[in-house]
Design a protein around this ligand. Structure first.
Ligand SMILES: [Zn+2]
Length: 150
């Protein structure tokens, strides 16, 4: 006879046998493990959906900008997309920009039709990886805000 060692589930405080299906040792009792698994599934599905919505929104905006912006300006956006992982494109006003004003030719490392950008990549608001936010001046009133990951 195998001796049953019961463990207290830290979640519901019920005793349970740690050895469960597939011989895997569970840290939580079966109902709690199942509940946690379901919650994680829902959370990752939600963040996936949100990401998909974000991508759709950005693509729509870029499509519109491609049609309406001078090609020279749009080229800078394409260069940025080629050079970095970009996401969360959004049009903002001058007052919503952050970071350091920089000549676009310096930022893009080539001559550019864009006059200047606001570079806020030194600190990162999005995650711990290198990157941050860049604002590309489109015209007098509009800046294209984009999260870049380096
Ligand atoms: Zn439990």
């Amino acid at each position: 006879m195998t001796k049953k060692i019961n463990k207290e589930c830290p979640h519901c405080l019920n005793e349970f046998s740690p050895k469960q299906k597939n011989g895997a040792e569970y840290q939580l009792c079966e109902p709690c493990s199942k509940q946690l698994e379901d919650e994680m599934k829902i959370a990752s599905k939600e963040s996936y959906d949100e990401h998909q919505r974000e991508v759709k929104k950005s693509n729509k905006l870029l499509k519109r900008l491609k049609k309406t912006l001078p090609a020279k300006i749009f080229k800078a956006i394409e260069w940025l997309q080629d050079s970095f992982v970009c996401y969360g494109f959004q049009i903002v006003e001058r007052k919503d920009t952050t970071g350091v004003k920089q000549k676009a030719s310096l930022f893009f490392d080539q001559s550019s039709a864009v006059r200047y950008v606001y570079d806020d990549t030194s600190y990162c608001s999005y995650d711990d990886a290198g990157g941050g936010v860049v604002f590309i001046r489109l015209d007098k009133l509009r800046f294209l805000k984009v999260y870049v990951s380096m």
